[in-house]
Ligand binder design. Sequence first.
Ligand code: HEC
Length: 111
Amino acid sequence: MISGLSSCYYDNVEYLYPQDPDCDTTNVTFSNDVMPVISASCTGCHSGSAPAGNIRLSNYDEIVSVANNGSLMGTIKHESGWSPMPKNGNKLSDCKIQKIDRWILDGTPNN
Ligand code: HEC
């Protein structure tokens, strides 16, 4: 219980995502690195006429809106205050999370 809480004190990129030599975040794009991950892990629930949580993640604009309000990173990093996503599934790999983080830091380009 204590160790779970202590992770909050090390909430920085190096600590949470130690440099992974196999994770290349130099040329992250929406179409290669973000959309495929969201399609594989999220749109099953977050699409259609009655999306889970009333949040749709089926295209660029919908994904940018959750990226910009902080809920995308909060949910996939399992930060406190956010519902962990994918719901009832395995957390995304550190590399996938790093790439999505990079895309947001780059200003969510539509590339
Ligand atoms: C099995 C269905 C399911 C999957 C898969 C899923 N979600 Fe969700 N999501 C939900 C539900 C249901 C909610 C409403 C809140 C809750 O019940 O936790 C939600 C809520 C959210 C929210 C709002 C959370 C908040 O705390 O405000 C975001 C953002 C989100 N999901 C993003 C994602 C992303 C990104 C993925 C893929 C990595 C994903 N979801 C995968 C079912 C799912």
